[in-house]
Design a protein around this ligand. Structure first.
Ligand code: 3PY
Ligand code: MG
Length: 253
């Protein structure tokens, strides 16, 4: 089975830089997959597309080196299993608040006896190889999002669940949970303190800490604090930032 480079990077103590897609275009997925990302996430939670488009985007990403990942819209087995069948090499699951929720998430990504995943990796086998069934449980990466008030009371339980590779802080939802405006670059002391606390618990459990980053500079800041899964903004931001800079340059006198 095709290896999962993210496991290798994390095992060697490295950092994963990740592209993020919310626009419904396999063409932009292919453009982003040509850039120097380790992985690219197809976002089914907030992305503007359905399952068919997500499959096409996963196909586009897998023409290039970045590892294709997907964020499921909800912690339910069915969409998670379908995204894996479609060739996602890892799942980001939003809004994990308890150890039980985390366990349910991990079990949806694993064939029995480690979980309840049903067999039918229609595209995953084309991308990954004939031995997919034998190796999938050890290859697929699992990334649980920490972004609710309830999760803050259950960090040890969540991060003790076997098979959890990484946690991923959603700074916007976490800010809201703590009574502040949503932001991908939070500045409130209380939010920053919780982010650091979550990171420490993750490290103590041998789980890779991650956080969504507003831009490259913010990513460098989090990297220097020990975060090792760094999704960068999203395709809509890349497009808008590029257009903004180009038209501003053109209008200069
Ligand atoms: C958040 O900031 O809440 C997110 O979910 C980012 O992915
Ligand atoms: Mg969120």
């Amino acid at each position: 089975m095709r290896e999962n480079k993210l496991k290798k990077i994390w095992k060697s103590g490295g950092t994963v830089y990740c592209g993020w897609l919310i626009g419904d275009s396999s063409y932009s997925a292919e453009i982003i997959a040509n850039e120097n990302f380790d992985a690219v996430v197809v976002d089914m939670q907030h992305g503007l597309f359905g399952f068919k488009e997500a499959v096409e985007m996963l196909q586009a990403i897998s023409t290039k080196a970045p590892v294709p990942l997907a964020r499921t819209q909800w912690n339910e087995p069915s969409p998670i299993m379908r995204l894996l069948d479609a060739g996602a090499w890892g799942i980001v699951c939003p809004l994990i608040s308890t150890a039980d929720e985390c366990e349910q998430f991990i079990r949806a990504t694993r064939y029995p006896p480690e979980g309840e995943r049903s067999f039918g990796p229609m595209r995953a086998m084309l991308y990954g190889g004939e031995d997919y069934y034998k190796k999938a449980n050890d290859t697929i990466v699992t990334i649980a999002m920490i972004e609710t008030a309830e999760a803050l009371d259950n960090l040890d339980g969540i991060m003790s669940i076997k098979g959890l590779d990484a946690i991923f802080i959603g700074p916007s939802d976490l800010s809201i949970a703590l009574g502040h405006e949503p932001s991908l670059d939070p500045k409130h002391k209380e939010v920053l303190a919780q982010i650091e606390r979550i990171r420490k618990v993750a490290v103590a459990h041998g789980v890779v800490p991650g956080i969504h980053c507003a831009d490259g500079k913010v990513a460098r800041k989090w990297r220097s604090q020990g975060f090792r899964f760094l999704p960068l903004a999203a395709d809509s931001y890349y497009l808008s930032a590029g257009a903004k800079a180009m038209v501003a340059e053109a209008r200069k006198r």
